[in-house]
Design a protein around this ligand. Structure first.
Ligand SMILES: [Zn+2]
Length: 141
């Protein structure tokens, strides 16, 4: 499985990660699935509404997700929520143990962007395994 992320959207994720530093940034990805290819067509920045420390954890605003799902249902153009992104301030762009504990939907794409005070570095794509034992890396185009 591969993920196609247009440059302009990657740029927005990186900018969001930088703006939220040293806290984690997060947001939803909408787009469409075409066999083994997931194409991201839009990025929806969320507030990080976690009850835990926002430097090491994130939670996407449930209202954003609800509103988005309603809008997508109304549009009926095949666009769906295909995944989400979050940043790892001062940590590598690899899923953490906390991330693994949060994998409810196994068909969700996880984009993780590493960010430091100097700016973003790596941006990687993952997908939880069906048994949620770990993440598998996805090709990012
Ligand atoms: Zn994480």
């Amino acid at each position: 499985m591969a993920v196609c992320l247009p440059d302009a959207l990657e740029h927005r994720i990186r900018r969001h990660a930088e703006n939220c530093y040293p806290n984690e940034a997060c947001g939803l990805l909408t787009g469409h699935r075409d066999g083994e290819l997931i194409t991201v067509t839009d990025v929806h920045e969320s507030e990080n509404v976690t009850d835990a420390d926002p430097k090491t954890g994130f939670e996407i605003d449930p209202k954003l997700r609800f509103d988005l799902m309603r809008a997508l249902e109304a549009a009926k153009d095949g666009t769906e929520i295909v995944g989400h992104y979050h940043s790892h301030p001062d940590h590598p762009a690899e899923p953490s143990a906390t991330d693994l504990s949060m994998t409810y939907e196994t068909d969700f794409v996880w984009l993780i962007c590493s960010v430091t005070e100097a700016g973003t570095t790596q941006l990687n794509a993952f997908k939880p395994r069906e048994d949620r034992s770990r993440f598998e890396p996805l090709e990012l185009r």
